[in-house]
Design a protein around this ligand. Structure first.
Ligand code: WT7
Length: 651
């Protein structure tokens, strides 16, 4: 396959860090050496030292790692802290007037918040939440546009020890409803609407729809007035953000919580069942958030850091709402989309705000690359000094474009491998030290014991693919799946007898030990850098009155990474001609409504039955081959009903 030959050729390209970059880097070669040695000889001590140095503890911890109940690990468990205190209060003495957030709206208006202003906003809103009866440990759903109030709401929850769960504003009312129910949320924080690409996204209306059928514990819905559009306000349940804040003082005492106190839940897709509420801790999470922003993004006081991720994803937690603020740095937040008003928006914003460190997803890079070099070349990108990517493997062609056209061959690119579950970067270059290879996330960070193992859990020789695992616990690891601890054990630990964390990705290492991520092992798709469970999309399709059965697989897509292909069995006859086209549209829109536009199938095929083995298992590998338009080379003799393959090959 031409693909493989290409990747072998590209492996030969190595980009050592520029000397000027190395000279000023937060982590220098000698620091790296020292850290690697310390982590190898004293894993627990390594993390204890960092936790003491980087976090302001209210009560210092004496126990670093409690592994008495593995695979449930507890970090710094007798220590107490407040995450919002670490992100705000501790900077006031030195950085009161420093800009914390530069916000650019969809329309291009800019608002900034200094650390003192942010501190006051968070305090006032935290008091408002307390006044509404939100207590330490209560769950709060945040369903907001990408505006500073989303971060203020998250920080306010952290301040009073409430557990937030941010639901991406692009998710539908149905998806929101599932998360509200699963989390047992008491309060929902939302906005009237958001703006993306010149269009209004109604959010409050979706909350109303999610709550309509009852059976939840939501007592209050707080609505931030952002677009000014008309929304319905339910008398005792709903109130405006500004009303909730009326008469509230700016200062709110931070509630000191145990290090293990859950800071947030974030829902992510699995291959089966409903989305999992990934539960993160306070102290451990904060530690990896801090050190990775320092080590991998090399953040300095003068930096303007723009991570383009929405706060609805883990990236927007660790590299927008928490990590950079805990370091007292300046971040950019953007409400809109990269292609509005035109495909120069990102580059225009980099110039306008003097962005120095820029972090985005390969899918965005590929989408913008299509518009050519002229657009980025119109802007002054000379302030950029470091670039990053996350979400999926970046193809060498996109890497080279990013490197050449955006970074002007001057900026290292940090390709960061991690997951919702890991909380922070696990495998990533240290930009002042690690020679880069386009398409590889390079090497594990100090303290992270990542490996590639075979079915038996033995490390396999470099060059071969296997399971990507992490063999030692780390502070920001997920603690459990909310409300389903068995699923935590089964999904992440059972495969190798609770010894290793199983990431669910396959990977190989090259002759230098560099990691190359090969993709997910299970049936989870990676669409535009985000995990979508095939099972969820299948359930959505089956929920449509005309659908009897559905199977969903991925097919490579040049911009999105993977495109969604759905194989559908209808209850009635398969329609033809324009009726068929109409039904395809109906089903695509149906999935968008049930889950969100991100899950809309790109392609829907109809057949009178799904290809199954005699034991009734759907032959997904076969469907994948059909979806890719490949010739079927596999043995189909075990197929119950071979003739349906023909049907599914028709578009
Ligand atoms: C999955 C995690 C972590 C925030 C974004 C997505 C894939 C992530 C990379 C990378 C190759 C990557 C993996 C991983 N992935 N980063 N740099 N190179 N693959 O978070 O939704 O939890 O998805 O994204 O498959 O398991 P997520």
């Amino acid at each position: 396959m031409s693909d493989q030959i290409e990747s072998i050729l590209h492996e030969a390209r190595v980009f050592p860090p520029p000397a000027e970059f190395s000279a000023q880097a937060n982590v220098k070669a000698e620091d790296y050496q020292r850290m690697m040695e310390k982590a190898a000889s004293d894993h627990v001590g390594f993390w204890a030292d960092l936790a003491r140095e980087k976090i302001s503890w209210h009560t210092p911890f004496t126990v670093t790692l409690d592994d008495s109940n593995a695979p449930h690990y507890r970090w710094f468990s007798d220590g107490q802290l407040n995450v919002s205190y670490n992100c705000l209060d501790r900077h006031l003495a030195e950085r009161e007037e420093k800009t914390a957030i530069i916000f650019e709206s969809d329309a291009g208006d800019v608002t900034t918040y200094t650390y003192k202003e942010l501190f006051d906003e968070v305090g006032r809103f935290a008091n408002a939440l307390k006044n509404l009866g939100v207590q330490t440990g209560d769950r709060v759903i945040i369903y907001m546009p990408m505006i500073p109030q989303a971060v203020i709401a998250m920080q306010a929850c952290a301040r009073i020890g409430a557990i937030h769960s941010v639901v991406f504003g692009g998710f539908s009312a149905e998806a929101l409803k599932d998360r509200i129910h699963d989390a047992g949320a008491k309060v929902v924080i939302t906005a009237d609407g958001g703006r993306r690409g010149g269009k209004v996204v109604p959010l409050k209306a979706a909350v109303d729809q999610a709550l309509e059928s009852g059976g939840h514990c939501v007592e209050k819905v707080v609505v931030y007035q952002h677009t000014g559009e008309a929304v319905e306000m339910k008398a005792t349940r709903d109130l405006w953000w500004h009303e909730a804040e009326r008469g509230m003082p700016d200062y709110c005492d931070p509630v000191m919580v145990d290090s293990e106190h859950p800071l947030f839940l974030l829902y992510t897709s699995g291959s089966t069942g409903k989305p999992k509420g990934i539960q993160h801790s306070s102290g451990g999470y904060l530690l990896n958030a801090i050190i990775t922003n320092e080590w991998v993004f090399d953040l300095k006081d003068e930096d303007i850091f723009w991570c383009t991720a929405d706060v609805g994803w883990i990236t927007g937690h660790t590299y927008v709402a928490y990590g950079p603020l805990a370091l007292g740095k300046t971040i950019v937040m953007f409400e809109g989309v990269p292609t509005y008003p035109d495909a120069g928006r990102f580059w225009q914003m980099c110039e306008r705000h003097g962005v120095t460190v820029f972090y985005t997803a390969p899918t965005a890079i590929r989408a913008l690359m299509k518009f050519g070099d002229e657009i980025p070349n119109q802007y002054d990108l000379s302030k950029l000094r470091l670039l990053g990517t996350v979400g999926e493997p970046i193809n060498p062609e996109a890497w080279m474009w990013y490197y050449r056209v955006i970074g002007k061959e001057r900026c290292p690119i940090v390709d960061t491998w991690w997951q919702t579950e890991t909380g922070a970067h696990m495998i990533a270059p240290l930009p002042g030290i690690t020679p880069l290879k386009p398409g590889s996330c390079t090497l594990p960070l100090p303290g992270i014991d990542a490996a590639v193992v075979d079915e038996a859990g033995n490390e396999i020789p470099h060059g071969n693919g296997g399971y990507l695992v992490i063999r030692k616990p780390w502070p920001s690891m997920l603690r459990t799946v909310w409300g389903d601890d068995q699923r935590y054990v089964d999904t992440y630990w059972a495969k190798f007898n609770n010894r290793y964390y199983v990431a669910g990705d396959s990977a190989r290492r090259d002759e230098d030990g560099y990691f190359w991520i090969m993709g997910r092992i299970d049936d989870v798709l990676n669409v535009s850098g985000h995990r979508l469970g095939t099972m969820e999309i299948e359930s959505a399709l089956v929920a449509h009155e005309q659908v009897a059965e559905a199977a969903v697989v991925g097919r490579p897509h040049e911009v999105k990474g993977e495109a969604i292909v759905a194989f559908v069995v209808l209850k009635g006859e398969i329609p033809t001609g324009s009726q068929r086209d109409a039904l395809v549209q109906t089903l695509r829109n149906w999935v968008a409504k049930e889950i969100g536009p991100i899950a809309k199938p790109d392609d829907i095929r109809f057949g009178s039955n799904l290809p199954k083995t005699r034991s009734g298992k759907i032959m997904r590998r076969l469907l994948r081959a059909i979806a890719r338009g490949e010739r079927i080379t596999q043995d189909t003799s075990t197929l119950e009903n071979p003739q349906i393959l023909e049907q599914f090959m028709q578009k």
